[in-house]
Design a protein around this ligand. Structure first.
Ligand SMILES: Nc1ncnc2c1ncn2[C@@H]1O[C@H](COP(=O)(O)OP(=O)(O)OP(=O)(O)O)[C@@H](O)[C@H]1O
Ligand SMILES: [Mg+2]
Length: 580
């Protein structure tokens, strides 16, 4: 066979990756589009299967793209000139796509594997800081605009009619009326009234509906001059039809809907960058990385997170420091003081009583990735083969990494290479929060901790290790869980009542005098180990005493065995529109 020239190989290699990407994206869109039908049919189990199916698509397509690419390139794959050329060819191919940034990230995933890249190879892959690709514009405007005409009630009714489903609203007029009351009250307090009406220019609603769990969310913004504030209408589909469940209008409420502790939305996004720009206008605090992750482009979100980190390192003199709080027995956790992210490296060995292997720990993180995170489990991004300048680490971090994670971390000259880590949002560890805040704030957090355990139980998650140090408090004041090595499904545990002591000797013995199976859990013992501060223990027990009984957990198990799917909504019960 005649040898192909480098330009020819590069062209064919790029075309091959592009073809895989197109096929992957088409399948991603296909699964995403199903969400509407699931909602209309109230097929929650199907919706859940779709979510799991969609998460598995990318790894499968990357693997396929990789084997196709290697088939095209053959031994020439190692040629640096070819790689450089191929990247340029690929870039040319993307010119007409509305989603070039997603395509670039896909390319990196494939070629990093084929070239075995460690650190970053500027010439061969798309790197942070490189000019953002120009996306071809979407084929239709991404939002519908509603001018301020007539009453607010009429306006809301118009919106709801435009977003009609194949099943009717229970009572569109009633929903419009209830929603308008909320909207008017909010507008009156934030913008004031003039000529008998609230002041704003218009409302813009994204055409794409955001689906997740049992909810369908209409997402929009209220424009007034240059300002934009969120308007989110969560819709549910109950027995008698679809209805508006709440009206979310504050940045705080909107931010919780798009939280990093939630599973990813299924939302059609022909041009993701346009959708993201819209979201950013109502969620200015959220990093772009998290917004991409929220709409299911989690790998691109991860790329952006890496970019944010690189930029941060370039713009500050920050060094990686150990994270505040108790040391982990499984993880070494470090952070950059002025970036809201922590990095977790798995230790080579775990001291007793930890018995898990590295593999098992990683499986737990993978389980959380697929599971409903219910607004209570932090999303972790997995990174491989990172390289940083050695000078950017504090001596404590370096010392601990080399000493305890030598299988994952190595130094070479002035570089430190990290084979594997998880990155996740930094929160305030709950043990520190409760120690440092005033009594009322601490009490609220402790009560929300109980609610977090309930929410997790309702979605079939048992955290395993309930100590306060494994929970944290987010910027919006919500308590979430981040330590996954002992996490398991509620249905995989055996919740037992504590056997009654047979005599005094049993009572006082430090060791259990009854047989304890591997998966046995004794909820009545939780309180003994939690070490809750005395001043708060009473409040916790009166609000959440149930959690401390095996009965509660067995009821949860029964509900999961019966196939019930519980959706934990991203807004408070008190925000729900009153229904009779
Ligand atoms: N997302 C986060 N934000 C802030 N701090 C964190 C975060 N994740 C972990 N930490 C800090 O790092 C410590 C160890 O993390 P983590 O609990 O995940 O590790 P671990 O080794 O599994 O712990 P354990 O020994 O309890 O099993 C925590 O106690 C906390 O202080
Ligand atoms: Mg921990």
């Amino acid at each position: 066979m005649p040898q192909e020239s480098i330009p020819e190989l590069a062209r064919r290699g790029a075309a091959s990756v592009h073809e895989s990407f197109s096929a992957y994206q088409a399948e991603f869109d296909h699964v995403t589009r199903r969400a509407r039908h699931r909602f209309e049919l109230r097929d929650w189990r199907g919706a859940h299967q779709d979510a799991v199916e969609r998460l598995a698509l990318r790894p499968r397509w990357v693997a396929r793209a990789l084997s196709d690419l290697l088939g095209v390139l053959g031994p020439a794959a190692a040629d640096p000139l070819l790689r450089e050329r191929m990247k340029a060819e690929y870039e040319r191919e993307l010119a007409l796509r509305p989603d070039p940034e997603i395509a670039r990230t896909f390319y990196n995933s494939v070629t990093r594997r084929s070239f075995g890249t460690v650190g970053v190879e500027r010439r061969a892959e798309f790197v942070a800081g490189e000019a953002e690709p120009r996306a071809a514009p979407p084929s239709a405007p991404i939002f519908l605009a509603y001018e301020r005409e007539g009453t607010t009630e009429e306006l809301v009714a118009r919106i709801l009619r435009d977003f009609a489903f194949s099943v009717p609203f229970r009572s569109l007029e009633r929903d419009a009326r209830l929603a308008a009351v909320e909207l008017d009250a909010h507008l009156a307090s934030t913008r004031g009234w003039a000529d008998g009406r609230p002041q704003f220019d218009r409302i813009e609603m994204l055409r794409s509906v955001f689906f997740r769990g049992k909810g369908a969310y209409l997402v929009g913004r209220i424009r007034h001059g240059a300002s934009a504030s969120p308007l989110i209408l969560p819709l549910l589909h109950g027995e008698g039809g679809v209805y508006v469940d709440a009206v979310l209008l504050s940045h705080h409420d909107a931010s919780i809907v798009f939280s990093f502790t939630r599973s990813y939305f299924h939302v059609e996004a022909e041009c993701p960058s346009a959708l993201i720009a819209f979201l950013k206008s109502i969620l200015p605090q959220k990093p772009l990385s998290e917004l991409y992750i929220a709409i299911g482009h989690n790998k691109h979100g991860k790329t952006m997170l890496y970019g944010e980190m690189v930029e941060h390192l370039a713009q500050t003199r920050d060094r990686f420091e150990l994270a505040r709080g108790d040391r982990g027995m499984v993880m070494i956790v470090f952070t950059l003081p002025s970036l809201d992210v922590v990095f977790k490296v798995i230790r080579d060995r775990f001291a007793p009583p930890k018995e898990a292997t590295r593999q098992e720990v990683m499986q737990k993180y993978a389980l959380v990735f697929r599971h409903d995170r219910a607004g209570r489990l932090v999303d972790a991004q997995e990174f491989e083969h990172l390289a940083f300048e050695r000078a950017r680490f504090s001596p404590e971090v370096l010392d601990e990494l080399f000493r305890e994670a030598g299988e994952t971390v190595r130094a070479d000259g002035d570089q430190v290479f990290i084979r594997h880590l998880y990155a996740e949002r930094r929160v305030t560890p709950l043990n520190l929060f409760i120690r440092e805040k005033d009594e009322w704030t601490a009490r609220d957090a402790l009560l929300d901790y109980g609610q977090a355990i309930r929410d997790l139980a309702a979605t079939n998650t048992f955290p395993g290790d309930l100590l306060l140090k494994n929970f944290g408090v987010t910027r919006t004041g919500r308590v979430i869980f981040y330590d996954y090595d002992e996490l398991c499904l509620v249905t995989d545990c055996t919740f037992r009542d504590l056997p009654r002591a047979r005599d005094d000797e049993d009572e006082t013995s430090g060791e259990p005098w009854f047989y304890v199976g591997e998966n046995d859990v004794f909820p009545e013992e939780f309180l003994k180990f939690l070490g809750l501060p005395d001043r708060l223990r009473g409040a916790f027990v009166s609000a959440h005493g149930e959690i401390l009984t095996a009965d509660f957990w067995r009821r949860m198990q029964a509900s999961h065995h019966a196939g019930e799917i519980v959706d934990i909504f991203p807004y408070k019960e008190s925000r729900r529109l009153q229904r009779r």
